[in-house]
Design a protein around this ligand. Structure first.
Ligand code: ATP
Ligand code: MG
Length: 302
């Protein structure tokens, strides 16, 4: 089913006893998308991944991965996975870990060597291929895990916090790898709480909190324009309310915050305030980051 979306879920849910890890996830991820699945610790991100990969059964709902029911072995062969917490056998070399996974993935033996060397090169471990995992730093182990996820040019790559152990250079490298996957048409499902990372690579994101998706869309849809803060005095409430035609208005006393405004309209906004009798002391336009949006959705002050 080459036309089927990479991932489709319908009210997919998981409970562990009295804990609802995922409350009913409905989403469709088209082929070739780089999708960011964001949320705070304990939100249900890893649970969603485990359900999609058939590692744990859902308690309700359905999902399809690459057009097949979850857990379908043929579909799973075309999925690469970097787990959140993993530990390879410390006595194996990086090449041996990759060879083991070539075998597990059922790759043609004749292709192993090229697959292994390519994976080592892509993740920046070309000169450490014979090094034992037990001698690797945690960042190097994470790179190796990413290499494993890339073996066999999968159609879908699922990465659960791929940069948690990496330094800024490593994070940059991983972003480049993800972009490269996108250019090849590979679908990437990326779990993360590192919002700036996601903002830099993802086409679309879903924000999940306590097992529920609280927002989903392209970054443009989610961020929806810019924000401007204006310090105004002498403007009464009725006049302020009239300004909501410029965007979503938050009255913070002397500061008015207008979200979703097109910055081209800021002069018009200021002129309006003055016309209504307001005195403008400061105007601070700013681009709303994914982090601002995330904190606002999660109801925390920013
Ligand atoms: N095997 C399990 N048994 C019981 N509860 C679990 C199990 N796995 C996860 N949970 C619970 O489900 C909820 C979601 O956990 P999950 O690991 O999916 O969160 P997460 O979004 O990946 O968090 P993090 O950012 O910390 O990785 C948490 O409350 C967690 O305690
Ligand atoms: Mg997790």
């Amino acid at each position: 089913m080459i036309d089927a979306p990479a991932i489709r879920t319908q009210e997919l849910a998981k409970r562990y006893g009295s804990i609802t890890a995922l409350a009913g996830l409905t989403m469709t991820i088209p082929r070739g998308d780089i999708f960011g699945f964001l949320g705070p610790n304990g939100a249900g991100k890893t649970t969603a991944v485990k359900l999609l990969l058939g590692l744990t059964p859902p308690t309700a709902g359905h999902a399809e991965v690459l057009g097949a029911a979850i857990g379908d072995r043929d579909a799973l062969r075309r999925v690469g996975y970097l787990p959140e917490l993993f530990r390879y056998q410390s006595w194996l070399s990086a090449r041996e870990v990759l060879a083991l996974h070539c075998e597990l993935a059922g790759l043609d033996r004749a292709a192993w060597q090229r697959e292994i060397e390519d994976a080592l090169a892509i993740v920046g471990l070309a000169d450490r291929g014979s090094g034992r995992v037990g001698t690797f730093s945690k960042g190097m182990q994470q790179r190796l895990g990413l290499g494993v996820a890339l073996l066999g040019a999968p159609d879908l790559v699922v990465l659960d916090e791929p940069t948690s152990a990496l330094d800024p250079v490593g994070r940059h490298d991983v972003r480049e790898i993800i972009r490269g996957l996108g250019e090849r048409g590979t679908t990437v499902f990326l779990n993360s709480h590192l919002l700036s990372e996601v903002e830099q690579v993802c086409h679309r994101v879903a924000i999940v909190d306590r097992g529920r998706v609280v927002a989903e869309g392209t970054l443009d849809e989610l961020l929806g324009g810019d924000t401007v803060r204006i310090r105004v005095t002498d403007l009464d409430r009725a006049a302020k309310t009239g300004l909501s035609r410029f965007g979503q208005l938050d009255d913070e006393g002397e500061w008015l915050v207008i979200r979703g405004i097109d910055t081209e309209r800021v002069p018009e906004l200021v002129a309006d305030i003055v016309r209504l009798g307001g005195r403008v002391h400061a105007v601070e336009p700013r681009h709303e980051s994914l982090e601002d949006r995330f904190l606002r959705l999660l109801g925390q002050p920013n």
